[in-house]
Design a protein around this ligand. Sequence first.
Ligand SMILES: [Zn+2]
Length: 136
Amino acid sequence: MSKSYQAVFHTPTIDSIPFWSACNQEQLLLQRCGECEAFFYYARRLCPHCGGEKISWHQSAGKGTVFSFSEVAVSFFGPEWDADLPYTVVLVDLDEGPRMLSRMLKQDQARVCIGARVQVSFVQVHAQKLPFFELL
Ligand SMILES: [Zn+2]
């Protein structure tokens, strides 16, 4: 099985640059509201729970529980993705609260199930490390 990974890359915004920079240091950062204290993901200027503006960054433990997953067996992005097929897209409920869309590492994708405990694992894809997940 190939160890290569392809990805559709994000366009960093002024709000998300700290998140992507931390990924390259193998740290998963989450924003937290200073008013209602909720963590949230993805990066925003205002708290999605209360509209608060006092937002700060915190390092996540990178652990969570699989809420759902789906195996992708068709390349939607051209033949360069064929070596990645099939891959598993996963929705993870992080222990801090936010739900995060990501992918499973290839070695664990056949054994993933709803409710499985997972932890973040950073994968180098071209010039960016991306936060994928592996089984705990
Ligand atoms: Zn808030």
